[in-house]
Design a protein around this ligand. Structure first.
Ligand code: SAM
Ligand code: SF4
Length: 327
């Protein structure tokens, strides 16, 4: 599928808006309602959309949420997803708190080879302050069990917030010295009504300076064509990678190869633009495969060339919050 001059081969699927965490940068600080169960796309509906996406050139899928592992029967859904042989790459983004050895072994047996975890601090107390949950050790164990069982790469996403965890940058980076992890510093995106002060959160340059003053000059690391938007670096002699994902200070819209399917069954061509096209209602009303493919293509035709948020215009942007879209 083509959008402008971008080839779209990557579908990011949020299978739930529910989450067992309440990360301050992610969930709204004001009361919010979860989506009613009957409005959530059912697994068989998602699988049909994925197969149609494959007809149109989708080869990569990432499962996200909310927290994907709070959804019932996710493993049997993943089994069916992994059986779609036109998908060359299936991965998951998770907070890791609900993953034990048995589940990780199952994921590996299904063919899931890589995982993204979210972890913003190595301090259990700070972890609870950020996520509102006392689950640091479960997440830590899930990351190291995945490593031990051979998941590779393990990417760890950290959103660095000024005055909250900006003193964790060196400790997170130091993990790359010993482990082949990719530690990715993600710029805070001003979504919805999160409790985070929206100004002065564009920290990528400061993060890089801190890392270099502690560990020496970061060496640019070659990206391979399947890499996402992270700019990759390595500390001299390190086993892992340090990545920067900079949607605000240096957007990567020109290379964006993604389409999103939200848990409500809408197609969202851009994370930071509220346009969505409903596909679930036509699907439930009996649309044919060709009609659904037209809907996918018409959503993509609305993919903006640039999200329009920059460092100076991030204040109060009314973007839907992340759990409702799928980060
Ligand atoms: N619950 C899973 C997790 O935390 O990995 C998957 C969903 S979460 C929405 C996906 C990613 O979005 C996480 O890595 C999280 O750190 C990131 N995220 C959430 N809100 C964000 C925000 N406002 N700015 C930047 N990244 C954000
Ligand atoms: Fe849940 Fe992930 Fe959002 Fe944290 S970042 S609240 S774990 S969806």
């Amino acid at each position: 599928m083509i959008a402008g001059n971008r080839t779209i081969n990557y579908l990011r699927i949020s299978i739930t808006d529910r989450c067992n965490f309440r990360c301050r940068y992610c969930v709204p600080s004001i009361p919010f309602r979860v989506i009613e169960h009957e409005k959530i796309a059912r697994y068989e509906e998602i699988l049909r959309i994925v197969r149609l996406g494959c007809d149109l050139g989708i080869t990569k899928v990432r499962i996200t949420g909310g927290e994907p592992f709070v959804r019932k029967d996710i493993l049997s859904f993943l089994e069916q997803l992994c059986a779609i042989d036109r998908l060359k790459d299936i991965s998951i983004t998770t907070n890791g708190s609900l993953l034990n050895r048995e589940k990780i072994e199952k994921l590996i047996s299904l063919g899931i080879k890589r995982m993204n975890f979210s972890l913003d601090t190595l301090d259990p107390v700070k972890f609870e302050q950020i996520t509102c949950r006392d689950r640091f050790h479960q997440v830590w164990n899930a990351i190291f069990t995945s490593h031990e069982l051979g998941i590779n790469p393990i990417k760890i996403n950290a959103v660095i917030l000024r005055g909250i965890n900006d003193d964790e940058i060196e400790a997170l980076t130091a993990l790359t010295l010993e482990y082949p992890f990719h530690i990715r510093f993600i710029e805070y995106m001003p979504m919805g009504d999160s409790a985070v002060e929206k100004q002065q959160q564009v920290l990528s340059e400061e993060i890089k300076e801190k890392i270099e003053s502690r560990f020496g000059t970061l060496q640019a690391f070659k990206k391979d064509p399947n890499d996402g938007p992270a700019k990759k670096f390595r500390i001299d002699g390190a086993k892992g990678i340090v990545g920067f994902i900079t949607p605000i200070s240096s957007h990567f819209c020109a290379e964006c190869n993604r389409l999103r399917l939200t848990s409500r069954g809408t197609l969202r061509p851009c994370l930071l633009n509220n346009y969505e096209k409903n596909i679930i209602n036509p699907l439930r009303n009996g649309a044919s495969d060709d009609e659904l493919k037209d809907i996918i293509l018409s959503a993509l035709a609305r993919k903006p060339s640039f999200h329009g948020l920059t460092g100076s215009s991030v204040k109060g942007v009314p973007i839907s919050h992340m759990t409702s879209i799928g980060g």
